[in-house]
Write a protein that binds this ligand. Structure first.
Ligand SMILES: Cc1cc2nc3c(=O)[nH]c(=O)nc-3n(C[C@H](O)[C@H](O)[C@H](O)COP(=O)(O)OP(=O)(O)OC[C@H]3O[C@@H](n4cnc5c(N)ncnc54)[C@H](O)[C@@H]3O)c2cc1C
Length: 370
């Protein structure tokens, strides 16, 4: 398994529990923090519990739904059919690290890996630990990963130019996510999404009376090159969001949001999981849920191949399952981003959801996941 983020860790745990001998490669042993909105949709929370990470889910802050705030119309409340949960990334990473340590059959290789195909399987080269050979390969190296370039297709060569301040890709053209944590002012009872005005501001209520503030920029303003100023620029445009935020406790950091659809997510015993399989824009807040679910599915697919099932058939089933997890959410992300760019469209959709609550519930089910 290449990449020990959410998808790779979930995959390694599930694979080892199914009797596979797992090597898990990542140059980072336990990521300290990661820019993320930290709201996990219900399907992701349930998948974490099934993996045995119920304790970290229980320590999170549940949210019953999402409130959209669109210029020129009142707040639109969308209830989830069961609660999502906000978990700070360091807590999630620590829970995964503990579960990995406690699961027999997983070898951690704290090195970056490159991958190639060879007869009967794959070769994985770890920088200082030599070559490994495997019958199956799961690549969960995230949105900027390069492993298994033969699955990814022509995009693999390069994405995500670097930010002038070294915090991600913001060349003014790339979609960018910026995240900070602040003290909570008043009581934030659900996730809030403040839309329009050139960026979306996401507020997620965290444990300990903190708020995660994540800003998604379609294009960063060219006259604001410094990350701290970018966050201030965004919050100034959304005074209702600013009113919820107290002192900053975690300074801003950024991640590029390049979306590159791979040629395929499965072939001949190799699988892409999580963001490596094609980022679903964080505007729907589903990335962690998809990473856990597809990581587990990839482990099951690998186990099926080791047990002698036809790799072509297993690949088709995995690709179909990956699509079920992501296709409708991609579509929802497209609608939300269009609404963000065209407030009249957003107001029309908000009006429709108010008149037809069933439509709103259907959208919420897409985001929530199964
Ligand atoms: C601003 C922002 C806000 C977001 N908000 C939310 C939200 O509210 N809710 C939500 O569910 N999702 C959200 N997301 C998305 C979510 O964070 C991601 O979808 C999720 O973290 C993807 O996990 P992953 O395991 O696929 O990839 P990653 O977490 O990126 O992990 C990839 C791992 O691969 C490793 N790696 C890379 N290359 C190699 C290599 N060659 N060899 C070995 N290891 C390698 C990296 O070190 C890393 O540990 C947000 C994202 C952003 C940027």
């Amino acid at each position: 398994v290449v990449g020990a983020g959410t998808a790779g860790s979930a995959c390694a745990i599930e694979g080892a529990r199914r009797g596979l001998s797992v090597a898990l490669f990542d140059p980072v042993l336990e990521p300290a923090d990661k820019p993320c909105g930290e709201g996990i949709m219900p399907g992701g929370a349930e998948a974490l519990r099934r993996l045995g990470l119920g304790q970290v889910v229980g320590g999170g802050r549940p949210f019953p739904g999402i409130r959209f705030l669109v210029d020129g119309t009142g707040p639109l409340e969308v209830a989830l059919d069961r609660p999502g949960v906000a978990i700070p990334r360091p807590a999630l990473a620590a829970a995964f690290a503990e579960a990995l340590d406690a699961t027999p059959g997983i070898r951690r290789v704290v090195q970056p890996a490159t991958t190639s195909r060879e007869d009967g399987g794959f070769r994985i080269d770890a920088r200082d630990d030599g070559a490994f050979r495997a019958r199956t390969l799961v690549v969960a190296d995230g949105v900027l990963g390069r492993a298994a370039a033969w699955l990814r297709g022509p995009h693999a060569a390069g994405n995500g130019a670097s930010h002038p301040n070294g915090n991600g890709a913001a060349n003014g053209k790339t979609r960018l996510g910026v995240r900070a944590r602040c003290e909570e002012k008043g009581a934030l009872d659900r996730v809030e999404v403040h839309m329009g005005r050139g960026c979306e501001v996401y507020l997620t209520p965290l444990p300990g009376r903190l708020v995660n503030v994540a800003v998604l920029f379609e294009r960063t303003p060219p006259d604001v090159p410094v990350l701290e100023d970018l966050l201030g620029w965004a919050v100034d445009r959304h005074p209702a969001a600013a009113a919820r935020l107290g002192t900053t406790t975690t300074p801003p950091s950024a991640r590029p949001l390049a979306r590159e659809k791979p040629r395929t997510v499965a072939e001949g015993g190799a699988f892409l999981a999580g963001d490596a399989g094609g980022l679903v824009d964080p505007i729907v807040g589903c990335g962690v849920a998809i990473a856990v679910v597809t990581g587990v599915l990839a482990a099951r697919a690998a186990a099926a191949i080791v047990a002698g099932r036809d790799p072509a058939q297993v690949s088709r089933s995995y690709a179909a399952a990956f699509r079920r997890e992501s296709a409708a959410r991609h579509a929802l992300a497209t609608v939300l981003r269009a609404g963000d760019a065209h407030p009249r469209l957003a107001r029309a959709v908000a009006g429709l959801v108010r008149r037809m609550p069933r439509f709103g519930r259907a959208l919420a089910r897409v985001a929530a996941g199964r």
